[in-house]
Design a protein around this ligand. Structure first.
Ligand SMILES: Cc1cc2nc3c(=O)[nH]c(=O)nc-3n(C[C@H](O)[C@H](O)[C@H](O)COP(=O)(O)O)c2cc1C
Length: 201
């Protein structure tokens, strides 16, 4: 059975445009691929803690040397990573806040990027260990940033996900959402049209 993992990160919950697009995509995906098992995570409703010195130390401590508290930190990170490892398809709702991804999504990335687990360094450089998965990113923005230096999401996620081995990433944009009714409607319509294209492929 194929597995899809979805992560949403809008502060507006299911009302967020990124959530609505990602949810619509997943719903249609399920009807086209019946039997797909879907696992969802909302990092705003259920925040992942920030990476700090204690958590990083826990993640770097050998299994047989961890305190009970450190073991809990590692298990929480393991749970997040397993959701990615188990998935064939990954869907990410990534709204633009202050030119980048929501801090909640960054905290999640900080806990799933783990040396020896999701990436490793070899003599040839870094190697991502999450391989053979397709990623869809739904990114909503008030303004127009696609292809511009002000887009702090696309290059960052391409680099970060690629570092983990997730190199097959499709971005779906909903832009101009704060530029008035018509640009907003057009931005959402374009994103929905792209969803239809992707699902028809
Ligand atoms: C706190 C905050 C910061 C924002 N920063 C930006 C920004 O830097 N650039 C931009 O184009 N839009 C910005 N916006 C507009 C959002 O990108 C837009 O509302 C989008 O719909 C958010 O996605 P969501 O509805 O999924 O939460 C911001 C909105 C909020 C609430």
């Amino acid at each position: 059975m194929s597995k899809l993992f979805q992560i949403n990160s809008s502060v507006f919950g299911d009302q967020g445009v990124s959530s609505q697009l990602a949810n619509a995509f997943v719903q249609e995906w399920q009807s086209k691929n019946p039997g797909t098992e879907v696992v969802r995570r909302d990092v705003v409703a259920e925040p992942v803690p920030h990476l700090d010195g204690d958590r990083l130390t826990a993640l770097m401590t050998a299994a047989d040397e961890r305190s009970a508290e450190q073991q809990q930190v590692v298990e929480a990170s393991d749970t997040l990573i397993r959701e990615l490892q188990d998935a064939d398809t990954i869907v990410i709702g990534a709204p633009m806040y202050n030119f980048g991804i929501p801090s909640q999504l960054k905290s999640w990335l900080d806990l799933v990027a783990r040396s020896g687990v999701t990436f490793r360094y070899t003599e040839d450089g870094p190697e991502g260990l999450l391989k053979g998965k397709k990623v869809y990113v739904f990114t909503s923005r008030g303004g127009l940033h696609k292809g511009e230096a002000t887009d702090g999401i696309t290059p960052y996620l391409q680099t970060m996900l690629g570092f983990l081995g997730l190199t097959d990433v499709e971005f779906v944009y909903a832009e101009g959402l704060a530029m008035g009714d018509e640009p907003r409607e057009q931005g959402i319509a374009r994103a929905n049209a792209r969803i239809e294209e992707l699902l028809a492929a």
